[in-house]
Design a protein around this ligand. Structure first.
Ligand code: ZN
Ligand code: ZN
Ligand code: FE
Length: 764
């Protein structure tokens, strides 16, 4: 008797997400072969389509394992399975890609060199031993080398390097780790490194990386070409070199990031727990803010007045080799630019722009097509917070709950990003910077074009901030063919928090930051909104105070301190026996008072950032700043954590419809403390606790009025880890549902997401 043929099934699986250019097809091939399945896999316009045929158990196992064991760079967002008819397949095949009209797959982000490649990099027997461009489907450049889609070698800056026969064989072998690794290359066929001197002339030497390493060791400033732009590197333990870099780069006190060869060395420099270690090791290799150890050997000049240090690990083979050659303990790796300009990406551009800054240039001939700064993250409570979302994260979208009409959002002015909404995906650009800078504004315009191009979408709606002077606003309003939608700054902050948390309905939104244009034409920044995606009501805010001198007061926090003292004491402030007043010339104070009294150039503000500034100035921590939010950051850093004093008082005026959070009691209490010689640390601690306490009271009053229970925290102020953690904790204790950011920055880097969602909702 013939044996009964074993039962077979065939299923078709459609997978969407980031599944091309990340080693997905070889992965599926290996998995199918391991499960003894026949069938095929093909890239399509919307992802990959797999057909598998075999015993029901094997097919089920395959489906179980498919998402779980996917390659590190793959991101599966949809998996649809269909039962289909059997055919005569007896093996599993990878079908060639079809060129489709509407290619709709996602370009992967740039990813740090993987463990396998690192092993080969330092293996003297490997043919890529010390080759600074080693990569595979699990690692290497992506977004920064893509000219247009589909993501294929001819569309990247690797197009000019024809693969040698050995590289091509790897590239074409579905079982190889380099199958369709678009930047695949080796010593024989790929990009090469050169060392140039300060004038951009080739330095003749046997090994340019070793020579650069030697120069770094002797204290030189070396511009090193990275993934998304040039870094300026110096030995981080060499005080003279760090000072030289500060002077040449015109960067007075803003902290430098430090690249450290491995996690063990990071632990000598910073206090790390398991969570921080995970953050550092993420394939995106972000800069992680970690608490520095005094004994770590990194001089204070690297990050003055800061308890934290931005640390990160090497993420390109070139950086790894540079560390291996130099044996340096840590390198300052700061963006290759002058103060607030965008980072340089082109070899000759770098030489021109960094003249007088860099002593040497370690360059190579693989072009960077998209500028992309390092990302910065910080752990707040048990969550990762994005401070700057850029390399490694872009262009991974934020996935939304529903589909929207295609929308472009142009963000704010400082730390700007843009966003393109397409279907249920929101694509934020990399960090663009401060648009008032000419180069950054050019970069903004390029980013608008490029993002639309790689997403193959032409939105007909553009969302912008209400601030009439923002360059992004002016740009949006000049687009006559687009429908323009203005979105209030703090509403956009709250909407971005709602969007990434998939919230619907109305929330109590705390939007606290430095500056945002209000619907009454004033400068808002300490706002509590009752908001949904469509609209908002202003429910509470910090009381208005004058900002004497407008933007001058942002650079000079002492002016805001005078303003708050004037609000609390009137002209009697002049008699207060506090050290602060003795440090400022009386004539300057009188000028400021006169300005405010006559309402000359003294716009009103409810800014929370300025409240931090005022406190920082009043305790003589910082009268003038030289980078954005410096006073607020230093006020957070100087908290006396061991001190358990009473929170400072604020009062809440409930008489009008909108709650007014009055800071006059706060300033009276601080002055009282200062008269008794309180330390800056104690004042800072009581201030933080006082602010948290009054915000909880506001939330309770608003819940009483509205029955709303969901609270969103957004705006740059919530990058203050203590404030955010403490407020979240106390609100949870009061049984609020609290939502914050983890995918996009709480600051203005996340603004474009909120703008896009609000504008799109208004079209639905
Ligand atoms: Zn690799
Ligand atoms: Zn090759
Ligand atoms: Fe803001």
């Amino acid at each position: 008797m013939k044996a009964k043929p074993r039962m077979q099934v065939r299923r078709c699986i459609h997978v969407s997400g980031i599944v091309q250019g990340v080693g997905f097809r070889p992965y599926v091939y290996r998995l199918a072969v391991a499960q003894r399945l026949a069938g095929q896999i093909a890239n399509t316009a919307t992802g990959v389509v797999i057909e598998v045929q075999g015993s029901p158990e094997s097919v089920d196992d395959f489906l179980q394992r498919l998402p779980k064991e996917a390659p590190p760079l793959a991101l599966i967002t949809g998996l649809d399975v269909l039962e289909i008819g059997l055919n005569g397949d007896s093996e599993f095949r990878i079908l060639p890609s079809e060129r489709s009209e509407a290619v709709r797959t996602l370009i992967p982000p740039d990813i740090a060199t993987c463990e396998d490649c690192l092993r080969e990099l330092f293996d003297p027997a490997d043919r890529r031993h010390l080759y600074p461009f080693i990569n595979c489907t699990n690692c290497g450049p992506r977004f920064t080398i893509v000219r247009s889609i589909p993501y294929d070698r001819p569309q990247t800056s690797m197009a000019i390097f024809p693969m040698c026969s050995r590289c091509r064989a790897e590239y074409e072998d579905p079982r190889n780790r380099r199958f369709h690794a678009q930047p695949n290359a080796c010593w024989d066929c790929g990009p090469q490194v050169e060392l140039w001197d300060a004038q951009g002339k080739l330095v003749l030497c046997r090994d340019p990386v070793a020579e650069a390493a030697a120069q770094l060791k002797s204290g030189a400033v070396v511009a090193v070409k990275g993934l998304g732009g040039f870094h300026l590197a110096v030995d981080a333990t060499n005080i003279e070199a760090v000072r030289r870099l500060r002077t040449r780069k015109h960067r007075v006190e803003k902290p430098f990031a430090v690249m450290v060869p491995n996690p063990e060395t990071v632990e000598q420099i910073c206090e790390l727990d398991a969570y921080d270690r995970d953050l550092l090791m993420r394939p995106e290799r972000p800069i992680v803010l970690a608490r520095r150890k005094d004994s770590g050997g990194i001089p204070a000049e690297v990050a003055p007045f800061n308890r934290f240090l931005g640390v990160f690990l090497p993420y390109t083979p070139l950086q790894h080799v540079l560390f291996a050659e130099s044996q340096l303990h840590a390198m300052v790796m700061t963006s290759g630019n002058l103060s607030e300009e965008p980072i340089a990406i082109d070899n000759s551009e770098a030489v021109t722009r960094l003249t007088g800054v860099a002593d040497y240039f370690l360059v190579h001939n693989r072009q960077i097509l998209r500028r992309c700064d390092d990302s910065v993250v910080r752990r707040v409570g048990g969550q990762v917070r994005q401070l700057r979302r850029s390399r490694g994260f872009v262009p991974v979208p934020v996935f939304l709950r529903k589909n929207f009409p295609a929308t472009l959002a142009v963000g704010g002015e400082l730390k700007s990003t843009i966003c393109v909404l397409k279907g249920n995906e929101a694509f934020l650009s990399q960090h663009i910077g401060d648009l008032e800078n000419v180069e950054a504004y050019k970069f903004f315009q390029e980013s608008v074009e490029h993002l639309q191009k790689i997403l193959e979408v032409r939105p007909s709606i553009v969302a912008y901030d209400l601030h009439p002077d923002y360059l992004s606003t002016r740009w949006a309003l000049a687009q006559s063919e687009l429908k323009t939608v203005g979105v209030q700054h703090h509403h956009a902050h709250i909407a971005s928090c709602m969007a990434e948390n998939h919230l619907e309905g109305r929330v109590i939104g705390f939007a606290f930051d430095g500056t945002g244009y209000g619907t009454d034409g004033r400068i808002w920044g300490g706002e509590v909104l009752l908001a949904d995606y469509l609209d908002f009501d202003r429910a509470a805010h910090l009381t208005y105070v004058p900002l004497p001198g407008g933007s001058a007061a942002i650079r000079e926090p002492w002016r805001v301190a005078i303003s708050h003292l004037w609000a609390a004491f009137g002209f009697d402030l002049l008699k207060l026996p506090i050290p602060f007043l003795h440090q400022i010339r009386q004539s300057k104070i009188l000028t400021i008072l006169q300005m405010m009294d006559r309402e000359v150039n003294s716009p009103l503000t409810s800014s929370c950032g300025r409240l931090f500034d005022a406190v920082a100035a009043l305790i003589n921590l910082r009268h003038e700043i030289n980078y954005e939010a410096q006073a607020a950051i230093e006020l957070e850093m100087c908290r006396d954590e061991a001190f358990a004093g009473q929170p400072y008082p604020f009062s809440i005026d409930e008489s009008g419809g909108i709650l007014q959070v009055d800071s006059r009691p706060l300033f009276r209490a601080i002055v009282e403390d200062l008269r008794h010689g309180a330390t800056a640390g104690k004042v800072s601690q009581r201030f933080h606790d006082g602010l948290v306490e009054v915000l909880v009271r506001v939330a309770l009053i608003l819940r009483g009025r509205t029955s709303l229970n969901s609270v969103c925290l957004s705006g740059g102020t919530f990058q203050n880890a203590y404030l955010a953690t403490r407020l979240e904790k106390l609100l949870r204790e009061m049984r609020f549902d609290v939502f914050t950011h983890s995918q996009v920055p709480a600051g203005d880097g996340g603004l474009s997401l909120g703008q896009a969602v609000v504008a799109a909702y208004r079209q639905c």
